[in-house]
Design a protein around this ligand. Structure first.
Ligand code: KG4
Ligand code: ZN
Length: 344
């Protein structure tokens, strides 16, 4: 390995995955350890913040050790320690931030706080070695729906965002309502494969006066109304049909807005990021729309779409190159905005 190579240990604990990864030069992933808490939170139908924090404490050291072992690295073989410092659940974030600070303080390695959404966007650099800014990225996760213009590494302009529910949140709520349970996104994705996407016409959310903002609460409410109506009329609900029809409504809106941005800003590249980016219908719809528009499309494999630490190591690398370092006053910021500099 070249002496000038930069090796970063990254930690992610913003929600219900305890993750650590070793990444070289931002794009070569030597290890990507993810300890998911899904089994525990499934019992409660969603993430319970206090339980998430406690599980992160129990697992963070093991996950970090596993990431170093798999990568064949010791702490002395690292150049920096990176960690997600926001947005996310404050108690969950604090575990990763504290672990990273302790490692940095004990070893003298530089500390780099990373924005979680910047991490999601950066997952694209790992899966597509040729990808360089500028490009447009649709970030669709459990907590965020952003249409982002990536001007340069670490430089973002938010073109559109959700006014109410995030796309993943809508998937999770609808899945719960139709009895599929948690986590809803993958379950709707699976159920929809056996359903008719044209069985029920759910509204396509529009935001008055904004071409790029999203609204998913209307689609979600109309699914709930449909379920109530079926209940009142004693009509059996066809779960795969409802899943496929809901998914089609969401995917259509996401595709339409993203392609509008591609056209208006003349982007020649479109990427996806976040947990919902692993949705098979969304990936297929974007690939088709981009092919039609003559625009290059790429998105990370599902394991890099949902929460992981490799994406944090990638984002941290570009911050490292710019000379950015966090102090030991780095804190967990649950509502951190993309591009906000409070963590710098
Ligand atoms: O990015 P992520 O792992 O965590 C956040 O930063 O929020 O995203 C989690 C979200 C959840 O709402 C989950 O239901 C959704 O991503 N998701 C999916 C799929 N896989 C995960 N949504 C639709 N289809 C999927 N295949
Ligand atoms: Zn995430």
């Amino acid at each position: 390995m070249d002496k000038k190579d930069i090796t970063i240990l990254a930690i992610e604990s913003s929600c219900d995955e305890t993750a650590a990864s070793v990444v070289v030069n931002g794009r070569t992933v030597l290890s990507n350890e993810i300890s998911s808490q899904i089994d525990i939170h499934t019992l409660y139908g969603g993430v319970v913040p206090e339980i998430a924090s406690r599980k992160h404490i129990e697992r963070v050291n093991q996950v970090i050790r596993a990431a170093l072992n798999t990568a064949g690295k010791t702490l002395s073989g690292l150049d920096a320690v990176a960690v997600t410092c926001g947005p996310g659940l404050v108690g969950a974030l604090l575990i990763g931030v504290s672990a990273a600070k302790a490692l940095s303080f004990g070893t003298g390695l530089p500390l780099i706080g990373v924005h979680h959404i910047e991490g999601h966007i950066s997952a694209n650099y790992i899966s597509d070695p040729d990808l360089v800014p500028p490009f447009v990225c649709l970030v669709v996760s459990g907590g965020h729906t952003h249409l982002v213009r990536v001007k340069d590494y670490g430089e973002y302009e938010i073109l559109g965002r959700t006014r109410d529910d995030a796309a993943g949140e809508a998937f999770d709520k609808v899945a719960r309502a139709i009895g599929l349970g948690y986590p809803g996104g993958p379950k709707i994705d699976m159920a929809a494969r056996n359903g008719d996407p044209d069985a029920v016409r759910f509204p396509r959310g529009k935001v008055e006066g904004s071409a790029y903002d999203f609204s998913f609460s209307g689609i979600k409410s109309s699914v709930l109304n449909y379920l109530n109506e079926c209940d009142m009329k004693k009509i059996p609900v066809n779960v795969p049909d409802v899943a496929a029809s809901f998914q089609k409504a969401v995917v259509e809106v996401l595709t339409e807005h993203a392609m509008r941005a591609v056209e208006e800003y003349r982007f020649d590249r479109l990427t996806l990021a976040g947990g919902v980016a692993s949705n098979s219908a969304l990936r297929a719809s974007m690939a088709e729309a981009c092919a039609k528009a003559g625009v290059k499309f790429s998105c990370p494999p599902p394991v890099l779409c949902t929460d992981n630490a490799a994406m944090i190591g990638c984002a941290a690398y570009y911050e490292y190159l710019k000379g950015f370092r966090s102090g030991y006053d780095l804190n967990a910021v649950p509502g951190l905005q993309l591009g906000e500099s409070v963590y710098r």
